[in-house]
Design a protein around this ligand. Structure first.
Ligand code: SF4
Length: 224
């Protein structure tokens, strides 16, 4: 279990997380007005493929690969029209290319067979696609304007813990804790705000607390 800052927030008299969450969101939204998904895509299919490829690699790397990929593969059928090893070569640079190829081809097949070749909006339907786990489904649903959960990646986990919004370490439990306090209308943008704040200010090893807009709301704040 990670060190809990929930109790520390109480000791420092910062107020309950339910009350801190709104100013946290407002200040982050002002500080990171440009916070958005870093993957590049134009269609729903491209979004789904990009998110699937982004497992275990950087968004920059995915964008580099998809720039070529999306010229060659436009519809779900295109991913099934080539031999598997050709698609493997085309996505090789994103890593785990065999597994990703299996997931992509399996997902495209299900899209064609069950969803008329379109990307579904509902989380339970997205989760029926092979290789699509909760995080991928949440990212895709949120980007399509139908957030039904809160994406928890490494930044969201670290910042939620430091801000004393959760005592948990398990992403599913963290998501549940966040769903209880983050207003429903903010489920889509909240992870982006934490991710960008995590990248720019609240670094894993060296958080820049002195430059942080959340300094007086954060139980992990320290002046170094
Ligand atoms: S005050 Fe420090 S620990 Fe808290 S969110 Fe800001 S940078 Fe992170």
């Amino acid at each position: 279990m990670a060190r809990s800052y929930v109790g520390e927030a109480r000791r420092r008299g910062l107020g309950p997380r339910r009350e801190r969450i709104r100013p946290i969101i407002e200040r982050l939204a002002r500080a990171h007005a440009d916070a958005a998904i870093a993957l590049r895509f134009e269609t729903d299919i491209e979004l789904l493929i990009s998110v699937m490829l982004s497992a275990q690699t950087t968004d920059v790397n995915v964008n580099r690969v998809t720039e070529q990929l999306f010229r060659k593969y436009r519809r779900p059928e295109d991913y099934l029209a080539v031999p598997a090893d050709e698609l493997e070569r085309d996505i090789y640079a994103t890593g785990f290319y065999r597994q990703k190829t299996r997931s992509i081809r399996g997902s495209m097949r299900v899209l064609l067979e069950e969803f008329d070749g379109r990307v579904p909006r509902r989380l339970d339907e997205l989760l029926r696609l092979p290789g699509v786990a909760r995080k991928t489904a949440n990212v895709v649903a949120a980007e399509l304007g139908h957030a039904q959960g809160i994406v928890v990646d490494t930044h969201v986990r670290r910042l939620s813990q430091r801000l004393g919004l959760t005592r948990n370490d398990d992403p599913v439990k963290i998501e549940r804790d966040l769903q209880r306090i983050v207003p429903r209308g903010d489920w889509g943008r909240f992870p982006h705000l934490l991710i960008w704040h995590g990248r720019r200010i609240c670094d894993a090893r060296q958080p820049r607390c002195a430059d942080c807009v959340l300094f007086d709301l954060c139980p992990a704040a320290r002046l170094t």
